[in-house]
Design a protein around this ligand. Sequence first.
Ligand SMILES: [Fe+2]
Length: 240
Amino acid sequence: MLIEYYTDIHSHLLCGVDDGAADDSEMLSMLDLAYRTGTRRICLTPHFNPEIWGDNSQEFSEAFAGLSEYAAEKYPDMSLYTGNEICYSQSSIDQLNRGKCRTLNGGKHVLVDFHLGESYFQIRSALLELLSYGYVPVFAHAERYDCFTSLLEQLYELSSLGVVIQLSASSLTGRRGDALRKRALKILKGGLADVVASDAHNTTTRNPCLDSAAAILNKYFGEDYTELLLKINPDRILGL
Ligand SMILES: [Fe+2]
């Protein structure tokens, strides 16, 4: 264990809400796995995209209550928080303002992703709109987009505007292929990443473990930067 604990701001542990945990058993196993590998704070961020998932707020509440009960009994030092991963649309601001979708732990930070075919101009415009309404966008798995013609310069522009750049642990470890690993490392070397999170969907291919990513971060960038990306910044984002 390199640092005291990890805080994960992007995860799909809740079952029956989106394409995360398939059932109760997998949801609880994912929490066990996260705990065993050093995570002590998790923000649950199911996809918010009514076109695909409908109104899943009831399912969210039920799954969150079940997971919280399990965590409180088995892992008293584990804390859970609510959020959403919002697939940006024309309606997002209205849905946020009306409380239809969740900011991260009820604060100003909004975890947002985009259709992979969106242009940089569209993404930049959307992030600017969120900022103009007083939200702080956390750009989910920024390494996954092919729209950047000049990756570091464009991410620097977004970062300068106030956008928080999130990378996925599975990209960093190479689990999602060499191209994404190289891109994630390039962003890190450019000093443009603010937070690394699991984006966990299951216990295997997209698991909630942050320890492997921590080891890589520590090897290439040192302990301070590792702690910043996996504990200090995510805690700040959750207002902790
Ligand atoms: Fe996600």
